[in-house]
Design a protein around this ligand. Structure first.
Ligand code: IVH
Length: 700
């Protein structure tokens, strides 16, 4: 599943010494504040190169080498650990995992009784010391034998209570991290304070944990993965805890009120066979992009205390546990350029051009940079080494420059002074810059979008024809199409009688499109096809949508407090266009819509969306979340993806583009790829196009 990173080849003692220094410096930065000059893959490559050189030249081994000790030796604190905090050895892929298990079982002289499989959380290891049930001290891992006292962070870490359920004296070990949400809040706080952001959740967590005199407080999260009675604790409870399987220790930890991964989609499980272990690995890898926190692998441990104690420890890692690494989602590469493009709504957005880099299974060359102020906030420069993040289907994004890799040759990023599309001015009063011409800047793009297959679907209206009409001054937006006269169209080059008649008839037919498509055609910022359908089904008419304020708009699923005012402002801007459409007789209602019943009385909020039946619950896909993948056949062959989604929603379901554990049904046609695999791994019901057509029956 994961490819092993290639090894760094070291040719002589000098190269070896340099490599050791680089690894030491990089580990120091990583454990100090989570930054590093090397990404995880590069560090692994280097460490394995060092190890290979040391095996071939044992006489040359340097005392500072990272191979002999627990990784991350730099920030040594002065609080000795009761039991060393070790690292884990890595495996890459199923084969290496099987090899590791075989050698472990050979050492034990018997099969491992049970495996515990849990996520490898991407944060910082911490030891939380409780005395008589009270949290008294927090210590970082440091060099593994002693760590730094970070007790000042007590009270800021979600999941790590100040008091346990029982008055026990125990040391808990686990990972401190920032969830995606905590990270976003932390970045906002830092931005407001000094105009900068954190590079990524891990470095934000590391910096936050150690920070003592920050004027703002950022929240952290703890997940426990172990409990250790103190070595000198001879109590009965300590003795019985030492005997418990790891899985039961974790149940005990949770019962003390401490957060474990049990309530997450990647909860630890016990597997009896390696096949089951591998299955769980795949499940965890599948849901990884949707998790609210980062993981960088899966930890496989012997579950039984007897297996663990017999396997024992190597110099830097236990022999009874291993980390199965997942592909990196963050890498360091070079920012070689920034392109500025004006979109169809007039928004001017920068895009990073990168030195190609492999991330989570694909080659990334472009990444989003959001907007100009984002570039300034991150302090990016051309030629910078930057961290780039990508997981699953997300658009890759540039996170931050790696400032200590700067050579002095970096140049400032040029910020456009005029719209890159039309050369007119830029309205930079909002975070997202916009051409002062707004939509008309890219009139071709916005009219092509409006008349496209998933919006008004005007048959036979090619982009070249739209361009011709724009050039002739016949139209300036898509509403003007409804006012074209026969003479005007006939007067265009390459337009004969028949094609004129056909085009005008197609435009006329379009007037009957439902509100959801008309609304979509407007191209309101922040709304696409499915959001347009939701808005149309919620309000039923354009009048109702236009009368809604931001609060009313927020009642639509998926519209939050940020998007709602944008939608309202967009509708004001689009008012002349909408008025023109109304005057032309374009449909401004959603067929079959019925007003919502009085809130609080008996009503399923979705009932209004069920035109044909009495309520969605009577519809064949009522309450189901449905994903479509692959090519459709039979009765569904001619349907676009949008039409499939419309059909799903007519049938009472909710269409979605990605498979998750919430998916109820996957419609998989020919050439279905990763979505099918994911649905299989999550045990989601899968049907073919024929079965689906039967299911929706008359609604087709
Ligand atoms: S067990 C001696 N379990 O991975 C056993 N560690 O590379 C070591 N980590 O320092 C800890 N998730 O910070 C364990 N479920 C998990 C973990 C986990 C993340 C981290 C931990 C450790 C590092 C080892």
């Amino acid at each position: 599943m994961t490819e092993e990173p290639p090894i760094a080849v070291l040719t002589d003692d000098t190269a070896y010494a340099e490599a050791v220094q680089l690894a030491v410096d990089s580990a120091a930065a990583y454990y100090a504040d989570g930054t590093s000059t090397l990404d995880d893959d590069a560090y692994d490559r280097l460490a394995r190169g060092i190890q290979a050189y040391e095996e071939a030249h044992p006489e040359a081994v340097l005392a500072t080498s990272p191979t002999g000790k627990v990784a991350g030796g730099a920030v040594v604190g002065d609080v000795p650990h009761t039991v060393p905090m070790l690292s884990l050895d890595n495996v890459f892929g199923a084969e290496q995992l099987a090899d590791w298990a075989t050698s472990l079982e050979r050492r034990l002289g018997r099969p491992v009784a049970a495996w515990s499989v849990e996520p490898k959380l991407d944060g910082l290891a911490i030891s939380a010391r409780y005395r008589h049930g009270r949290l008294t001290q927090l210590v970082t891992r440091g060099d593994g034998t002693a760590g730094e006292d970070v007790s000042h962070a007590i009270g800021t870490i979600v999941g790590l209570p100040a008091r346990l359920a029982e008055p026990v004296t125990i040391e808990l070990r686990g990972e401190v991290l920032m969830t995606t949400e905590q990270f976003e809040v932390a970045c906002l706080k830092r931005q407001a304070h000094d105009g900068t952001t954190f590079a990524n959740p891990r470095s934000a967590a590391a910096g936050t944990l150690r920070a003592q005199d920050r004027p703002y407080v950022c929240e952290l999260t703890f997940f426990g993965y172990g409990a250790l009675p103190y070595p000198d604790d001879a109590s009965e409870q300590a003795a019985s805890l030492r005997e418990l399987p790891h899985s039961e220790i974790m149940t005990w930890v949770a019962a003390q009120g401490v957060q474990t991964t049990a309530a997450t989609p990647v909860a630890g499980i016990v597997a009896e066979t390696l096949v089951q272990v591998q299955e769980r690995i795949e499940q965890i890898a599948t849901v990884r992009p949707e998790l609210p926190f980062n993981i960088d692998g899966i930890v496989i441990k012997c579950d039984l205390a007897a297996d663990q104690s017999q396997a024992g420890f190597g110099s830097r890692a236990p022999r009874w546990a291993i980390a199965y690494k997942l592909p990196a989602t963050e890498k360091i590469t070079k920012l070689i350029g920034v392109e500025w493009n004006t979109g169809r709504t007039g928004i001017i957005a920068p895009r990073a051009v990168l030195e190609p880099v492999e991330l989570d299974g694909s080659i990334v060359t472009y990444a989003t940079l959001h907007n100009a102020s984002d570039i300034a906030r991150r302090g990016l420069m051309l030629g910078d080494s930057v961290t780039v993040y990508k997981a699953g289907d997300v658009i890759p994004r540039v996170e931050a420059p790696v400032v200590h890799l700067r050579t002095g040759d970096e140049r400032p990023i040029e910020i456009p002074q005029v719209c890159p599309s039309c050369g007119d001015g830029i309205d930079s009063s909002q975070e997202r810059w916009r051409c002062v011409r707004g939509r008309s800047c890219r009139a071709i793009a916005s009219i092509t979008y409006a008349t496209g297959r998933d919006q008004l679907d005007i048959e036979g209206l090619a982009t070249s024809r739209i361009e011709q009409m724009l050039d002739a001054g016949l139209i300036s937006d898509f509403a003007d199409l409804f006012y074209l006269t026969r003479e005007q169209v006939l007067g265009l080059e390459r337009m004969g009688e028949t094609s004129t008649n056909n085009l005008l008839a197609a435009i006329e037919r379009t007037k009957a499109q439902p509100l959801s498509r008309v609304f979509c055609a407007l191209g309101v910022r922040g709304t696409g096809r499915s959001m347009s359908r939701r808005i149309a089904r919620h309000f039923g008419s354009m009048d109702a949508i236009r009368a809604a304020d931001a609060e009313a708009i927020q009642a639509v699923e998926g519209i939050g407090p940020e998007k709602a005012p944008v939608v309202v402002a967009e509708l004001v801007e689009l008012a002349p266009l909408i008025d023109k459409l109304v005057a032309a007789g374009v449909t401004m209602t959603e067929p079959g819509w019925r007003p919502p019943a009085v809130p609080g009385i008996d009503v399923d909020p979705d009932a209004q969306t069920a035109p044909e039946a009495g309520g969605t619950s009577e519809l064949p896909l009522a309450g189901m979340s449905v994903v479509v993948t692959g090519s459709m056949s039979g009765a569904l062959e001619a349907l676009t993806r949008n039409q499939m989604n419309e059909l799903i929603e007519r049938a009472g379901g909710k269409s979605s583009s990605s498979v998750s554990k919430k998916t109820s049904l996957l419609v998989a046609g020919e050439n279905a790829g990763s979505k099918r695999a994911k649905a299989e791994s999550l045990d989601v019901r899968i049907v073919g196009p024929e079965e689906f057509a039967d299911l929706v029956g008359a609604l087709l």
